[in-house]
Design a protein around this ligand. Structure first.
Ligand SMILES: Nc1ncnc2c1ncn2[C@@H]1O[C@H](COP(=O)(O)OP(=O)(O)OP(=O)(O)O)[C@@H](O)[C@H]1O
Ligand SMILES: [Mg+2]
Length: 582
């Protein structure tokens, strides 16, 4: 932000802005159900006002310096008492603090949670809602507490994950454990540093007195499912995004409109769509404002851009080796950025079917992510179709966008692979051979690409990126190396044909092939020392390393974090795979 003087937290609150939220409807029954912390059906309205449940005895774990800077917050804001109180679930304290300092703060005294629907790979789901009709499903433990509009025009909504029960908690405790909170904090900030569109993480606090019980793996367990219940500290991560609108949210109102569930169903769908346009597509909104654009025009414009963003997002995920793991429509942000950070994982030994979550199935595995994204997109388009009424031209235009999306996705994928290979033009045959070699060897996805970025002529230089005791390399290293040698020659021939300066090619490759990624065993090491010993230094150290993913960094850092997965971590519960992650 341009602000020359970094702001204290209370000064930052002057940017609170709820003008857009006012275009939405609140649950008309919320007053009757106050304080709205019990599971119940919410039949209409876009959100329910609910106060977070404060985290008892909160203790600071970490904050994101880079995000603070982006917001214009001073580093010392993280240690302000009102900051901690606000982001551990007591917004009223900050409201009075702000009142003391600022002329007219507009901070709301309550938070809000939203309902959404769920589709799994294009299948509308109802059975996960306790009422079997979708009225009880939504933010069960995520409560939004603040929205700001910064002088640079950026809008941010702040949401407490693990902030307590809401009407959508379905009997859950509304909490998140420190383990999963550390994973979300580290991974989402690492993704931002790698240039992948994502929700951000502002800060993380842990309770010194509240623990919650979750099924998890004993150290060394190689079972598929967790083998015991573990009491873990409760924590709250504050995450931020332009909005937390999910495809599932549009679906909830789309389904209600389609089924004509109540007289305001179509109007509610329109309101949430226009809200999504303003929040996630402000450029389109500005362009269309004051023109003759119809609602249909707006729907088509958003769909076209959302499809493009999702295509780029899936390509980014594959570029950095990220597998979302559970890419249901309720985990798919309408803004086309990464959301949820539950059973995600980062690729190590290359396997196109990699998937961290044992319940995730092949459809959400690594290389199927573009198709999973396209399926969520289809559900989005279906949800907004009632807004087109009888406008046959618009209905056809939307259908065409859906039909052409896979082609668009392929285009983005090819562009991304070409960039990773240092080529201006994608070459299918060269890539297909490389893909087979990466899989059969197998390579370490990060180290291999990074070493390739130095444009090696000989296979020996790639060896640090091979899992030498696994797969094809372990069986017959001589044949494997011979195949790599042939591939390297073809690749160099292609590079020479394009005729770019090798130093430029190498530098460009190093800007798209990260050196440091959040490997699961690193996060396990960090969250274990946090949960078991209350020592957060490893979390901080890992966060610092991941803040500069494309830098070479020191030899000491490389020795610790530019490192293949050790043999002992393969098949290990919680490190190689997980069931539920929360
Ligand atoms: N402990 C809990 N208490 C209440 N609701 C929960 C709890 N854990 C998960 N949920 C709800 O169950 C649903 C599915 O959980 P999932 O793991 O996808 O989401 P999440 O990780 O909580 O959140 P998000 O998608 O908001 O990042 C979500 O609607 C979530 O709010
Ligand atoms: Mg989720």
């Amino acid at each position: 932000m341009d602000s020359p003087v970094p702001l204290s937290f209370t000064a930052f609150l002057q940017f609170a802005d709820y003008s857009l939220l006012r275009s939405l409807t609140v649950d008309p029954e919320q007053a009757r159900h106050a304080p709205n912390k019990m599971p119940r059906q919410v039949k209409s309205g876009h959100y329910v006002e609910v106060l977070p449940t404060p985290l008892p005895d909160p203790h600071y774990v970490i904050h994101s310096l880079s995000f603070f800077r982006e917001l214009g917050l001073s580093e010392s804001a993280a240690s302000e008492a009102s900051f901690m109180q606000f982001f551990t679930g007591d917004p009223t304290v900050a409201v009075s603090a702000a009142n003391a300092d600022i002329a007219s703060p507009h901070v709301r005294a309550s938070g809000w949670a939203s309902g959404y629907a769920l589709s799994i790979y294009g299948q509308e789901m109802y059975h996960n809602c306790p009422f079997k009709n979708g009225n009880g499903y939504g933010d069960g433990r995520a409560i939004s507490v603040l929205e700001v509009l910064l002088p640079n025009g950026h809008r941010w909504e702040f949401q407490l994950k693990g902030g307590g029960r809401t009407p959508y908690c379905r009997g859950g405790d509304g909490r998140a454990v420190l383990r999963s909170s550390i994973r979300e904090f580290l991974a989402s900030e690492a993704m931002a540093a790698m240039g992948v569109p994502t929700s951000r993480a502002l800060c993380l606090f842990v309770s010194r007195s509240e623990t919650i019980s979750r099924p998890w793996y004993s150290p060394g367990a190689k079972t598929e499912e967790p083998d015991r219940m573990v009491d873990e500290p409760a924590a709250i991560t504050t995450r931020a995004a332009p909005s937390f609108l999910r495809v599932g949210q549009l679906e909830l109102f789309g389904r209600r409109a389609r089924k004509n569930e109540h007289p305001r169903a179509l109007a509610e769908l329109e309101a949430i769509f226009l809200h999504a346009l303003e929040r996630e597509y402000p450029d389109i909104a500005a362009e269309l404002r004051g023109t003759e654009a119809t609602l249909s025009d707006k729907v088509i414009a958003v769909a076209r851009e959302f499809g493009a963003r999702l295509s780029r997002l899936a390509a980014h995920w594959i570029r950095v080796g990220y597998c979302q793991g559970n890419f249901n429509s309720d985990n798919c942000a309408v803004g086309g950025w990464t959301l949820d950070y539950g059973p995600f994982g980062f690729m190590e030994a290359y396997n196109p079917m990699f998937q961290m979550w044992i319940g995730g199935g092949e459809h959400f595995s690594f290389m199927n992510q573009p198709m999973a994204a396209a399926t969520n997109f289809q559900m989005f388009c279906m949800a907004v179709t009632p807004l087109l009424g009888q406008d046959t031209n618009a209905i056809k235009a939307l259908g065409d966008i859906v039909d052409t999306l896979p082609k668009f996705m392929n285009h983005e994928m090819y562009r991304m692979w070409a960039e990773k290979m240092g080529l201006a033009e994608f070459r299918m045959e060269l890539f297909a051979e490389l893909h087979a070699l990466m899989t059969e060897t197998p390579v370490d996805y990060t180290i291999f690409w990074r070493e390739l970025s130095s444009l090696p002529k000989h296979v020996a230089a790639l060896r640090p990126g091979f899992y030498e005791t696994r797969g094809g390399y372990a069986q017959d290293s001589v044949t494997m190396e011979a195949r790599w040698t042939v591939w390297l020659q073809k690749w160099h021939a292609a590079l020479e044909q394009e005729g770019r300066e090798p130093a430029d090619v190498s530098a460009a490759m190093k800007r798209v092939n990260p050196k440091y990624i959040p490997r699961e065993w690193m996060m396990v090491e960090a969250y274990r020392s946090a949960t078991d010993a209350g020592d957060f230094s490893l979390v901080q150290k890992l966060h610092d390393v991941l803040a500069d993913p494309y830098g070479e960094q020191s030899e000491a850092m490389a020795a610790l974090y530019y490192k293949k997965k050790e043999e002992k971590f393969f098949d290990l519960g919680g490190t190689s795979h997980c069931s539920c992650s929360s």
